[in-house]
Design a protein around this ligand. Structure first.
Ligand code: 8IG
Length: 278
């Protein structure tokens, strides 16, 4: 189905919102019209959240859904799941993987999951990531609420003269709700770099001067698209490493993955508790 040329997001003649509608139609059919109220994009370290929210009712291969490619990174799941939110009768759509801007497949592919969630009828999107931390007190494994962002990709998911307000991208209401679940949660400003390389120490110092607290390679483009579609956004980062130059040792992808795994349970529990209260 995703091979249908009408659903090719990289063709400028394609309407990305029409592809999102087609994707939502497939998900609706596979889930027999179940009411999805929230979608979650699970980044590094957040993978257990789906199981903690509730029972997985339906699994759908990304390749069966218009506009979704197969997983680009080995070990990332190319499957989306419809998960029961406890026994509320509501469902969460849980994406096991995301398209990163650095993959070069275009911004439309990066935000397609967000637009599909909106087309499906979700009113909230939870965007998570693993990232580098600029505050030395954030040990690897610390979850941090995203208060605001700085988009250093020099791109936007919005096409044409469409001036979307970004005053409160990361919902103050949802941040307050998360802090009810965990009053110790810190907040920070997330800076998206293009990647896929990590920053130099000078770039990390720049991010700090600009007002950043967290550095990563995702999230901001997705959050902008979410606001365009009217979704309420909750953003949470898992600090998996001190950003380059913040600690004395160089970054190592294996260490980053280990820290994510070690912290996964606490952060995933926290997020599942927040979703149950949405
Ligand atoms: I996990 O230190 C993870 N992702 N840009 N910098 C950037 N992305 C990251 C980092 C980091 N850690």
């Amino acid at each position: 189905m995703s091979a249908n040329p009408a659903y090719n997001l990289s063709d400028p003649g394609t309407d990305p919102f029409a592809v999102a509608e087609a994707a939502a139609a497939v998900i609706r059919e596979r889930t027999e019209g179940a009411p999805h109220t929230v979608a979650l994009v699970l980044g590094s370290g957040w993978g257990q959240t789906g199981d903690l929210i509730g029972e997985t009712m339906v699994r759908i291969d990304n390749t069966d859904v218009p506009g979704f490619g197969a997983a680009a990174v080995a070990g990332h799941s190319g499957v989306m799941r419809s998960v029961a939110i406890g026994d509320s009768g509501r469902r969460a759509l849980v994406y096991g993987t995301r398209t990163h801007f650095y993959e070069g497949r275009g911004v439309r592919a990066v935000v397609h999951g967000v637009r599909t969630a909106a087309a499906l009828g979700c009113t909230t999107i939870v965007i998570t990531n693993g990232c580098g931390g600029l505050r030395p007190e954030w040990a690897p494994g610390t979850p941090v609420l995203i208060r605001d962002h700085i988009n250093l990709t020099a791109h936007s998911p919005i096409e044409g003269a469409n001036f979307v307000d970004l005053t409160d991208v990361y919902s103050p209401r949802l941040r307050a709700l998360a802090r009810e679940v965990d009053p110790d949660l810190d907040e920070g400003v997330y800076v998206q770099f293009r990647g896929p390389h990590y920053e130099t120490p000078a770039e990390v110092r720049m991010a700090a001067i600009l007002g950043g607290d967290l550095v990563g390679m995702s999230t901001t483009l997705e959050a902008i698209a979410a606001r365009q579609s009217g979704l309420e956004v909750l953003g949470i980062s898992l600090v998996t490493n001190p950003a380059a130059g913040i600690s004395a040792t160089p970054l190592n992808h294996e260490e980053v993955l280990d820290a994510g795994r070690a912290a996964a349970e606490r952060s995933s529990r926290l997020l599942a508790a927040v979703v149950s209260r949405l």
